[in-house]
Design a protein around this ligand. Sequence first.
Ligand SMILES: *[C@@H]1O[C@H](CO)[C@@H](O)[C@H](O)[C@H]1NC(C)=O
Ligand SMILES: *[C@@H]1O[C@H](CO)[C@@H](O)[C@H](O)[C@H]1NC(C)=O
Length: 254
Amino acid sequence: MAVTMELSSILWSLFSMLIAMLLSSLIRQKKSNPPSPLPPGPKSLPFVGCIFQMLRNRPTFEWMHKIMHEMNTEIACFRLGGIHVIPVTSPEIAREFLKKQDSIFSSRPVCMSAELPSSKYLSAVLSPSGNQQKKMKKIVISSVLSPAKHRWLHGKRIKEADHLVNYILNQCNNSLTGGEVNIRIAARHYCGNVTRRMFFDKRFFGRGTEDGGPGTEEVEHVEPLFTILDHLFAFSLSDYVPWMRSFDQCCCQA
Ligand SMILES: *[C@@H]1O[C@H](CO)[C@@H](O)[C@H](O)[C@H]1NC(C)=O
Ligand SMILES: *[C@@H]1O[C@H](CO)[C@@H](O)[C@H](O)[C@H]1NC(C)=O
């Protein structure tokens, strides 16, 4: 009698253990749902992804647009090395990334086109998020962009604004150009002039030209700035595959 009691209790405990194991594995299965699917994308090789297709089809962004157009999708997934690049062409989806879910997606990536012009992230505008960027931002907000500094530099801004009006009036009156004003040149040089005035209290770095137009130094100051802006955050392969950096220095594209 005692033996059967013991046997049944052992059987019972074995049975309950089995049930518990089954239950826990069921729960685990439920928890580890299959990962959400990625957007559609072109076929890619293991490890390198679409790198070879991409190198063959430059400029890269045009190739991506073409593929997305062919696949008839507004969001796609391109594998580059170990990274998923998700381009979006629909304003609605873009708004989802940039506005609704911005806390998840906003970051300041480390990329060559920002690192080179900022001399390895010496500037607050381009440096990737982190302690250093936070410190720089604090200083910029409290000391450089403060209302007091803004008021302090008011006179300098006015000086250049007056000059801008004068410049445009002269252009309108210029019979050689038929009174046409090149807004792009005026706006670009005005931006350069205001900055130069506020930082160095100068309009000319060198001697300028006889008619008061921008001299070589000023042109050399403003033109490269806008060229850099054109290339900022341009697609660069080495941002995804760091060992390709030496190949990419010369073919960074806007
Ligand atoms: C514009 O040209 C006219 C004559 O061509 C001249 O009388 C006028 O003073 C000029 N205005 C300016 C601002 O240079
Ligand atoms: C900007 O400064 C240059 C001198 O460097 C001057 O010739 C030019 O008229 C200024 N342009 C504007 C739009 O203020």
